[in-house]
Design a protein around this ligand. Structure first.
Ligand code: ATP
Ligand code: MG
Length: 464
């Protein structure tokens, strides 16, 4: 196993001061998987004050924000390094937040970690490998398992159940049967964990290499019901004359499609796109209706879905801008289906682009992902229609700088021409010009000024 020279350097410093230092956790796991990142986690018997003394003069930057939990953060040659004093923590019986209690040996520290694959260590500078719970075997077998009895481990920290699903999604590993059984039995315990910690693990799960595996685990174990109950709710009873696809399976396929399209275009994992794919049909159960001729409809499910998405993401404590982006994509996901056989007017195309704004590249991928029909001819026709729409958008964009559809006169020009001070009139005039711009494309300066005067006269606006 290759260990960075920076790690060896740090190991020698700790040894010189009479302390142990070990590379641990995800860093060892990822190194064995051949993908060591820029984050390195270490543990030591040194207490934070001693650690500070050892790294001062060597570190290019030091963070003490985690100090009360025993962690000192350090930056050195582009590596983000965290050094944590051995833990032997106990839990407060209620919220089960760990109470920090320093340990004295590596074994105890490793035994309180979440999974065997995360409970291995490499000592520095000696490179002695410690693996008390069979992490290497589980890594080779691609298995997620707790070091101790899973009921006890999840009882200590229920977030670990969510982390199991997260690592399954990131690493494409399977959860070992006894660990899985404990997740099934103990899912309600997740309610003891704060929304923020649940959210952070969920983001990593959905951003993983194989989010569908993680999502199935969440739903099958009942963990999803604790923080995202709409997901299992997509399993609608199949109608006798099943006129609609299974919305749950369809949704997972759309997520998988979105991941595929990201990769095809060299995008890094895009949480907003994936979350929109996951939530796009969330309004279907509430809007389901069976019409007179026995057909199933979901009228305005994108509107209802956008509302449910906003409420759910707010409850999950997502930042407003992320929630806004996902919600907006859900609201727009059906718009393209009105495109028919290229019958949109130029103004409809402009509105599509203007309404999507900076979300347009994601809307393209979401809409294409949503086509999950097994009928090849139908799928090819839809893809061709979307190709045609994208072509039209680029053609119009080339002519009109569509990316920023703005009125042809700005606020200052409006105030000057109408002789009005800043205020609501300027806003109304701006909106009117933007509407014209969307409807007809760009106007030249003279035409725009004439339009503005005509509008002002009709509105009875005169300069004071
Ligand atoms: P990554 O940082 O790539 O998401 P990681 O394995 O480093 O993955 P972290 O959340 O950074 O995960 O945690 C670092 C290490 O700390 C883990 O590998 C594990 O050993 C330990 N750990 C983290 N959270 C827990 C927990 N809730 N219970 C027990 N051990 C944990
Ligand atoms: Mg980490």
């Amino acid at each position: 196993m290759r260990v960075s020279p920076v790690a060896d350097e740090l190991g020698r410093r700790f040894a010189a001061a009479g302390f142990e230092l070990h590379l641990v956790g995800g860093s060892v796991r990822d190194a064995l998987l051949g993908r060591l990142g820029d984050d390195l986690d270490f543990c030591t018997d040194a207490h934070p004050d001693d650690t500070l003394r050892v790294v001062t003069g060597w570190a290019e930057a030091i963070w003490e924000t985690g100090r009360e939990f025993g962690t000192i953060g350090v930056m050195r040659r582009g590596l983000r390094i965290e050094i944590t004093t051995f833990r032997a923590e106990s839990y407060d019986g209620v919220s089960r937040n760990p109470l920090v209690e320093y340990g004295t040996n590596l074994y105890d520290d490793l035994s309180r970690r979440d999974f065997t694959i995360n409970a291995m260590a490499v000592s520095l500078p000696g490179h002695e490998f410690t693996d008390p719970f069979g992490g290497v075997t589980d890594l080779a077998a691609k298995v997620i398992r707790t070091p101790d009895a899973p009921e006890r481990s999840f009882g200590d920290d229920p977030l670990r159940m969510l982390r199991a699903a997260r690592f399954a999604a990131q690493l494409r590993f399977a959860v070992e049967p006894a660990t899985l059984a404990a997740m099934n039995a103990m899912a309600p315990d997740l309610d003891r964990i704060t929304a923020e910690r649940v959210r952070d693990e969920f983001v990593k799960l959905l951003s993983g290499a194989d989010p569908v595996t993680g999502l199935r685990l969440l739903v099958d174990t009942g963990l999803a019901d604790r923080f995202l109950p709409e997901l299992a709710g997509l399993k609608l009873e199949i109608d006798e004359h099943a006129q609609h696809k299974d919305v749950y399976e369809h949704t997972l396929t759309v997520v998988a499609n979105a991941v595929r399209l990201e990769r095809a275009d060299g995008w890094p994992a895009d949480f907003v796109l994936r979350m929109a794919a996951l939530m796009h049909d969330i309004g279907k159960p509430a809007t389901k209706a069976v019409t007179g001729d026995g057909r199933v409809s979901f009228h305005h499910h994108e509107v209802v879905g956008a509302r449910l998405t906003r409420a759910r993401m707010k409850a999950m404590k997502f930042p407003k801008d992320v929630t806004g982006q996902v919600t907006h994509l859900v609201a727009l996901h059906l718009r393209f289906y009105g495109y028919g056989r290229g019958e949109w007017t130029d103004s409809a195309v402009r509105r599509y682009v203007a309404d999507a704004g900076e979300l347009l590249p994601r809307l393209h991928k979401l809409t294409r992902s949503d086509c999950t029909t097994r009928n090849r001819r139908k799928a090819a026709a839809l893809a061709a229609d979307y190709d045609a729409l994208e072509d039209r958008i680029s053609r119009i964009a080339a002519e009109e700088d569509l990316a920023r559809v703005r009125p042809d006169l700005d606020g200052n020009a409006i105030m000057e021409l109408l002789g009005v001070p800043p205020g609501p009139i300027v806003g109304r005039a701006w909106k009117h010009l933007k509407e014209l711009r969307l409807e007809h494309g760009p106007l030249d300066r003279d035409a725009a000024e004439a339009e503005l005067r005509r509008w002002a006269a009709a509105e009875g606006i005169t300069a004071d």
